[in-house]
Design a protein around this ligand. Sequence first.
Ligand code: IPE
Ligand code: IPE
Ligand code: MG
Length: 237
Amino acid sequence: MQPRHVAIIMDGNGRWANTRGLPRVEGHRKGAESVRDVVRAARQVGIECLTLYAFSSQNWQRPLDEVEALMQLLREYLLEERQEIMENDIRLIAIGHIERLPAIVREPLDALIRDSSQNKSMTLCLALSYGAREALVDAARAAIRSRIPPEALTESTISSYLPTRDLPPLDLLIRTSGEQRISNFLLWEAAYAELYFTDTLWPDFRRGELYTALEAYAGRERRFGLTSEQLRAKANE
Ligand code: IPE
Ligand code: IPE
Ligand code: MG
């Protein structure tokens, strides 16, 4: 089975650059090439939704010159990929506190979100200035504001207040660079996602690595708390 929704924690750009004696920003630049290749491949194999963790709310605390370089690269990505995204019928959306992004990013981002909103073949979701705990706090605030009675609050109501509400359930969460942690990404959505960790640094992660992850996913048994026997019985129904 192919996952409908894949999310990637794109990690290891700094280490990729360090081991080559290059400044960290060169790792981010090379990482942007991986983004291009992986988005193309995901679209070609028919993934419905690809969510990329591009900048966390914690990443604002990095040195200012690195944050500025990342914002510049984001702007370049949005401008340079615009045509490709439109031609391939990809809908771009963003999750996170995008109002914190500088205008040089907000302008091409807002324009592409607007212009691609009717595209149907794949959703590319960029997590920008995103933190899952912040998203859950925002959801709780919105629920309280709407005066929902406590007894009426269910899992699906909470989901409906999250920025991922219109996306398919998260099936596969990939993290590169050998780190095995979630780093405040999609905490709620990952409850039953399959996790896939690879030592490959993000700038070296290209379509072949995505296919390997998809194969690994296809070999998993997602039991959702049931037994293997129950799953087989359900499949035969
Ligand atoms: C991921 O690579 C990119 C962002 C977090 C923006 P890093 O910059 O975290 O690279 P490492 O983890 O320091 O190698
Ligand atoms: C997570 O990577 C955020 C992104 C990939 C955008 P980090 O490099 O910021 O995460 P930590 O600091 O290793 O947890
Ligand atoms: Mg990192």
